[in-house]
Design a protein around this ligand. Structure first.
Ligand SMILES: Nc1ncnc2c1ncn2[C@@H]1O[C@H](COP(=O)(O)OP(=O)(O)OP(=O)(O)O)[C@@H](O)[C@H]1O
Length: 610
């Protein structure tokens, strides 16, 4: 009984899968069609023409032999022989021309469709939530979709068209063969079935390997990056990691290679057996047709045509079956492709508001809880904070206390698991994402070091002024990058990083000044969020920045994370976070008077400096 239920369930599942596959196939046709209609139409027309030719060529073969036999008895029929040969020549030329033009059209379309598919993936990636990128199984789907985007979508359309072309051609050939013997048609089909079964089976296994492996392949790619990139070279050398990493890399390769080897050998062995079966079928039919001709049951012309038709039929059927198995292969890929593109973040309401009802309310956290996907413990537990406009809030606490998580939620990179965050009296979810982000100038501890010009590294803080030199300078002034940029070889036009010619490297503190300037690029942002903005700067630079900090941020709200209490004490309010909970909250003086955790840490650090 159980067995039956399982079978039924799997049957239903298969039906669903079949429908999904058809839907994906239709969407892929739509994708190719909308990429370039004239080329798409050319593919269709060529396919239809190509389908008619094999039967035409076989029939002309019959006509030639027939005409020769007639010409032997009636010399005046000789001209017909030449005409028949000329017709066959024309058909063969047309068939070759169609194949050529098809491959030209395919070549032209390939780059266009690959570009479209890749762009769709990148656009989708821009639309995703940060948590999606941090989810390994989703990241796998993304990697798979990217890996095959350049060839699978068009490949699928080509496969379907060539399959349809072969099937049509088969009908033509079968129409010629049936008058001789329906049995021959049956032999033709039956002898080809094992090939179909084996091909489908192997392509399913190959895809399974591909899916299972994507984690291993990513590990291997990561090892390649660690072994061969400038960022990692220092540690790889100093810690002597090279041999160990190379060994891991090799181990993954050999594991994958063994799986491949077994499959390649099995596929080869089956191919051999199936090839032999096809040849046996052909010669069986050959003997029978020859026997018929020897007995005078069919003419020599018939014999020539039937043999040609049978051979062509076998070739075409082989194309159909191997086409069907590649079809299976690309449908499995398309499943991952469309699954990725269809991904919708369930809890991602998209707000449209560009302002809130109460601008004097500023930022509010109301009993906010947050648990990272897959984490057992919440990173934040009931955080409530209120930060009115133009006030400065400092977050302090041990490593892992939850400070960065708070600002990731404030900048809506994550959404609270429970509770809510409001800006100007409106929950963050109801804000239009762009409007919300325009209001915030943010730098994280792990800001990105772009391999671009110094100025562009600052300009990236405001895309609308990415190339605006005057704005770069203004921001660099505020973020202290102007301390060192003028002394670089080409000033703001100095190339950074190792990727491109004449790239310069900066010190960590210099990078941090660039990042701080980047945050100041957002002239319109009235909320500045700075995660350890001066951790790598020298004491003098830090003192200078904070001496001006209040003046620079006078009209703005600021949220600051710092482990340096000399910086923290300048904030209007300080929140001490421990284990995801705000344990103390108040001004420096209030917290010192309280004599709690803050006072203890402050005194500890002050003693250290003495
Ligand atoms: N992307 C993530 N996925 C899962 N857990 C995370 C992630 N980021 C942080 N955590 C966990 O959440 C907790 C809070 O981390 P958070 O980065 O907010 O700490 P923090 O107070 O900013 O620390 P630090 O002072 O070291 O920067 C930590 O226990 C951390 O392990």
């Amino acid at each position: 009984m159980k067995q039956e239920q399982r079978d039924l369930a799997s049957l239903l599942r298969d039906r669903e899968q079949l429908l999904a596959a058809l839907r994906h196939s239709a969407r892929t046709f739509g994708l190719v069609w909308s990429t370039h209609r004239p080329l798409g139409a050319a593919l269709l027309a060529l396919g239809a023409l190509g389908a008619a030719l094999p039967a035409g060529i076989a029939w002309t073969g019959h006509w030639i032999v027939d005409a020769i036999q007639r010409a032997v008895e009636h010399p005046e029929a000789r001209r017909e022989v030449l005409i028949a040969v000329a017709v066959e020549l024309a058909l063969v030329l047309a068939s070759n021309a169609i194949k050529r033009v098809q491959s030209v059209v395919h070549g032209l379309l390939r780059a266009l469709v690959a570009e479209r598919a890749n762009e769709m993936i990148l656009e989708k990636a821009l639309d995703l939530e940060l948590v999606d990128f941090e989810n390994p199984s989703f990241y796998d789907t993304l990697s798979q979709a990217r890996q095959g985007a350049s060839h699978y979508p068009l490949g699928h359309v080509m496969n379907v068209l060539s399959l349809a072309q072969s099937v049509l051609a088969l009908f033509g050939l079968a129409a010629l063969l049936i008058p001789l013997s329906p049995l021959a048609v049956l032999v033709l089909i039956v002898a080809a079935i094992p090939q179909f079964v084996v091909e489908t089976r192997f392509s399913r296994d190959a895809f399974r390997l591909f899916r299972w492996r994507s984690e291993e392949t990513r590990k291997q790619n990561y090892l390649e990056t660690v072994l061969a990139s400038a960022d990692h070279a220092k540690e790889t050398k100093l810690f002597g990691l090279g041999d160990m990493l190379l060994e891991k890399y090799r181990a993954i390769f050999w594991k994958l290679w063994k799986e491949d080897r077994d499959q390649t050998i099995r596929r080869g062995a089956w191919g051999l057996a199936i090839g032999a079966l096809g040849t046996l079928a052909f010669y069986g039919i050959y003997a029978w047709i020859a026997w018929q001709a020897a007995q005078g049951a069919i003419s020599l012309a018939d014999m020539t045509m039937y043999l040609l038709v049978f051979r062509q039929g076998q070739d075409t059927l082989r194309n159909v079956f191997s086409g069907a198995s590649t079809l299976y292969d690309d449908l499995l890929y398309l499943d991952a492709f469309w699954e990725f593109l269809d991904h919708r973040d369930e809890e991602a309401p998209r707000g449209t508001a560009t302002s809130g009802p109460d601008p004097s309310d500023g930022v509010r956290f109301e009993n906010v809880w947050y648990t990272y996907p897959g984490a057992k413990e919440p990173a934040l537990r009931g955080v409530s904070l209120h930060l009115p406009p133009r006030r400065k809030l400092a977050l302090v606490g041990e490593n892992g206390a939850g400070k960065t998580t708070i600002i990731k939620l404030l900048t809506r990179l994550y959404r609270p698991t429970e509770g809510r965050i409001t800006l100007d009296g409106l929950p963050l979810d109801e804000w239009d994402e762009r409007a919300l982000r325009r209001r915030m100038g943010v730098i994280f501890q792990d800001f990105v070091q772009y391999q671009w010009l110094v100025g562009e590294n600052i300009g990236v803080g405001d895309v609308s002024a990415f190339d605006d030199e005057a704005r770069w300078k203004e921001a660099a002034e505020k973020g202290s990058a102007s301390d060192f940029v003028p002394s670089l070889p080409k000033g703001f036009h100095t190339q950074l990083g190792h990727w491109f010619e004449d790239g310069q490297e900066l010190s960590l503190g210099q990078w941090q000044k660039i990042a701080l300037s980047r945050a100041f690029m957002r002239r319109d942002a009235d909320i500045l969020v700075l995660d350890e903005p001066t951790a790598s700067m020298d004491a003098e630079a830090e003192a200078r920045i904070f001496a001006r900090f209040r003046a620079l941020t006078e009209q703005r709200t600021a949220v600051l994370i710092s482990h340096r209490f000399s910086t923290v004490r300048m904030a209007d309010r300080i929140a001490v976070i421990e284990g995801g909970v705000v344990i103390e909250h108040g001004s420096h003086d209030e917290l010192m008077a309280l004599g709690g955790r803050y006072a203890r840490l402050f005194t500890l650090q002050a003693q250290g400096y003495r």
